[in-house]
Design a binder for this molecule. Sequence first.
Ligand code: FES
Ligand SMILES: [Fe+2]
Length: 385
Amino acid sequence: MSHPGYVHPDSPLLNSCPPTLPRAAYVDPAWYAAEVEHIWKTSWVYVGRKPELPQGTIRPIEVAGQRLILVHDETGAVRAFHNTCRHRGAELCAAETALRGRRITCPYHNWAYDTQGRLISTAFGTPTGDFRKEEHGLFPVHLRDWRGFLYVCLADTPPEFGAESLPGLSALDNWPLETLVSGHRREWDTPCNWKIFWENYNECLHCPGVHPNLSKRVPAFAKGINAPEEAVDWTPDQPSPPSLADGARSWTVNGLACGPEFPDLTEEERLAGANFLTMYPTMYITAHVDSLRVGRIEPLGPDRMRLTIDWLFAPETLAQPDFDLANAVEFTAQVIEEDVWACEVNQRGLTSDRFKAGTLMPQEFEIAHFHDWIRARVPASVTGR
Ligand code: FES
Ligand SMILES: [Fe+2]
């Protein structure tokens, strides 16, 4: 067994250099279709935040190729349904709109449903006496409101919510997630497979070369590692160096907090500089003392995905008369630009006919876990195992 040198038993480093997923995982429409069926249609998928879906609104969304609607009714309840009318299947809602008279009304022949999806009226259609309205309600979709973050699951029986989160849902208990608002949003339509995004997210070997500014701010990144325990000569008795250089408090342009620090964080959470919550396959949160970023990952095809980043702040931070949005977002926006560039480079290169699979380095242990997560879900008939 190959070995990177001496590593402590508690080190997360791999003790071998395993192969990556095969090239087909990134280019083959059959792989992609299998992932849509076995990952995206069976997982909880992040679809946006409740504070940004006004009460009395219907919003069309798309998840795993399925058109859905989100409905935020006058009582504050949010529900999801398939965007298809039970009469003859017309699309109920093509663009975000206000609920009319608390009803979801089909634009074709005006069948109307209440916000719980129950059929209320067939309009000009006059059914016979054996027609039972209660058998023609909208098709519901499981929806979860986790601290103001909305997720849907297309499966009949959804998995336990949060089971796919790292390090666990409680990681951000001390951040006031429910009350935060988006101060800035950017979208990247990126020509890469969605897994390329997660692979890049999960390693820091690229940090010194791809993220020169971030690597100055976070000293561990300059060594190509996420944290001290990833160094090959790490031992638990070593003192932990500061997570941020030069007394910086956050990942802003000037390194200072862009507003009041969140009051309930522990000292350890403050000194960490960044705290992460990852929910495969759909989203991640990077939390700082003064702000958060939410990344939403949407697959659009074997070699396309959309990345949407929201920068979230406390309302009082955005309300500061001297709030400097550029200082708050541009440092990390540049990091994301750099990562998007890396993802595109990776996708273009692995389309080579000669590339069958790559090889992971011991520091890429999180990618190895992610690949195992994928292999456990995509059928052997597709993976060729
Ligand atoms: S298809 Fe919706 S009312 Fe006819
Ligand atoms: Fe990166």
